[in-house]
Design a protein around this ligand. Structure first.
Ligand code: CO
Length: 211
């Protein structure tokens, strides 16, 4: 059996098991999804949103990219955010990074990853640049990476608050809460590093008045 055939076989077993435990599960979910959370995480295969939070299908709306970035010109991310906030009406948006992130590590180095990856990693380099003094003072490379992982998560949460999508939802619906979390590959635990309440003060430069 090939590796991908095993996936299909496992899928059959899983569907059967779920059906046996909860005969209306698929019927219910196929009719409606009402997730309370939007998860913006890293594409890293070791950080599956549902597994590490013990959630079931239907509970988390998910967007993942390299190093869990919120890039203002990323139509994919913004579409997911718009849909989650304005149509699914999620109450919480979580940006979850992880220690030892390969994307963050790559952005700290000088290797040429060729145009597209260079372009993506550039966004992380810019976060480093903002916190250069603090990060340059950390001698150990792993510690430096992990600190940048934390700072990057906070920066991406701030980017969320800077969008008109979030600001409009704050004004009209007093949600969503924004969360910055970091997952530990070594212990499986999530550390919250930031929380932003609806309507929080943000830098006036990024504030929209005519929402
Ligand atoms: Co990563």
């Amino acid at each position: 059996m090939t590796s991908y055939e095993k996936l299909l076989l496992e899928n059959k077993a899983w569907a059967k098991e779920v059906e046996q435990e909860d005969p209306t599960f698929f019927k219910r979910l196929s009719a409606l999804q009402t997730p309370e959370f939007l998860w913006i995480g890293c594409s890293d295969s070791r950080v599956p949103a549902d597994k590490i939070t013990g959630t079931q299908p239907g509970e988390i709306f998910v967007h993942r990219n390299i190093a869990n970035m919120v890039v203002h010109t990323d139509v994919n991310l913004l579409s997911v955010l718009d849909y989650a906030v304005n149509h699914l009406k999620v109450r919480h948006v979580i940006v979850c990074g992880h220690y030892g992130c390969g994307g963050v590590k790559a952005a700290m180095g000088n290797q040429d990853f060729k145009p597209v990856l260079n372009m993506w990693l550039r966004n992380i380099k810019d976060v480093y640049h903002v916190h250069k003094t603090e990060l340059d003072a950390i001698a150990n490379e792993d510690d430096k990476t992990d600190r940048l992982v934390e700072l990057n998560v906070k920066e991406q949460v701030s980017h969320l608050a800077q969008t008109s999508i979030i600001q409009r939802a704050w004004k009209n619906d007093n949600r969503p809460y924004l969360h910055g979390w970091v997952y530990g590959l070594k212990d499986g635990l999530i550390k919250p590093v930031m929380e932003v309440q609806p309507g929080a003060e943000i830098d006036p430069l990024y504030r929209y008045d005519d929402l």
